[in-house]
Design a protein around this ligand. Structure first.
Ligand SMILES: Nc1ncnc2c1ncn2[C@@H]1O[C@H](COP(=O)(O)OP(=O)(O)O)[C@@H](O)[C@H]1O
Ligand SMILES: [Mg+2]
Length: 310
């Protein structure tokens, strides 16, 4: 396993309500470890606390309790900030600057000299397809163009860690795909990527691991494939070479039902007991044709975690 890159410990944020009314626990004891070169998807509905977490990681907001580190440095330290490239949810640009001027501006903020800034423009402009719009003002840009420029800004100075707040939101399918490809490209370049989304489809295709945040609390984290194997609903078993009498005999077990006479097709409601059915059948000379765990879809899983039964 790779080194620990982002660590949060009991990270908590309570926004004090305006006029002293109703303090809200927007983030409640978040514990996360993101490892080197991982793509981590931070999932949750609007209002779950994703942006709050990201702002704390980027030191734009002070936690009420707990701490977070990047490469062992507290996120509140200057050193930690140097590791991070950040794409905010709605990147803000100076509308009268061009992409080239914008990158130049952020390059200066990063302390790059003129030659280094020119190199950044060459490589990031190429990667994000900005050269064609090099001299147009940001003012007229579509959401997709702004997002590409935002990505370029996040990548200035070649940071190790990318923190992206809803990078696909508001984009059309092609724009979403571009962003997914960029994230994978950055993973292949060795970066560690933490991004939030309220759309499951955005994360399941590209993430190594996901965390699901519900009302400020992390309800689940893990590898997508592991999350799903924990949620096998039933098992379908298809057998061959089983006499009608034997099929009837094993079909009457309490734990499974026979769904088709001819196909020797069984559904076992309790996945733990599917093995026993197969062994019983094999004991009677049958062969196993198919053994199919029926998994809950990630969509169903996500909805259930969110407490949504619809
Ligand atoms: N500055 C703020 N003051 C008070 N409450 C806030 C503030 N920012 C966010 N919140 C509340 O904190 C909760 C989490 O918000 P946020 O982190 O933006 O969620 P997400 O990014 O998952 O949509 C929400 O209930 C939101 O209303
Ligand atoms: Mg948000």
């Amino acid at each position: 396993m790779g080194a620990e890159v982002i660590v949060t410990k009991d990270l908590t944020k309570i926004y004090s309500g305006h006029l002293g009314s109703g303090a809200v626990r927007s983030l409640d004891s978040l514990n996360l470890v993101i490892r080197e070169n991982e793509v981590f998807g931070f999932l949750g509905r609007n209002g779950a606390g994703k942006t709050t977490t990201i702002k704390i990681l980027c030191s734009l907001l002070r936690p009420t309790d707990g701490w977070a580190t990047v490469y062992g440095e507290n996120v509140r330290s200057r050193n930690a900030r140097r590791f991070i490239g950040f794409l905010p949810e709605n990147p803000y640009f100076y509308e009268y600057l061009t992409p080239k001027e914008t990158l130049d501006f952020y390059g200066r903020l990063n302390g790059l000299d003129a030659a280094a800034r020119a190199r950044e423009w060459d490589s990031l402009g190429e990667l994000l397809d900005l050269h064609r719009i090099a001299n147009q003002r940001v003012r007229g840009f579509s959401k997709g163009m702004r997002q590409r420029l935002g990505f370029a800004v996040a990548l200035v100075g070649d940071p190790e860690v990318l923190i992206l707040d809803e990078p696909m939101s508001g984009l059309d399918p092609l724009g979403r795909r571009n962003i997914r490809e960029l994230i994978l490209w950055m993973r292949d370049a060795g970066k560690t990527i933490f991004f939030s989304s309220h759309v499951l489809g955005d994360v399941e295709q590209i993430c190594d691991r996901v965390g699901i945040l519900v009302n400020g609390k992390l309800t689940t984290q893990g590898r997508i494939d592991e999350l799903l194997t924990q949620h096998v609903r039933q098992v379908e078993v298809i057998l061959a070479g089983l006499s009608e009498a034997d099929a009837k005999a094993i079909a009457n077990g309490a734990d499974h039902k026979r769904v088709s006479e001819a196909g020797r097709h069984f559904v076992v409601e309790d996945p733990q007991k599917a093995d026993a059915l197969v062994r019983a059948a094999q004991g009677r000379g049958a062969q196993l044709v198919e053994f199919t765990p029926i998994r809950e879809s990630l969509e169903d899983y996500f909805m259930r975690e969110q407490g949504d039964d619809s």
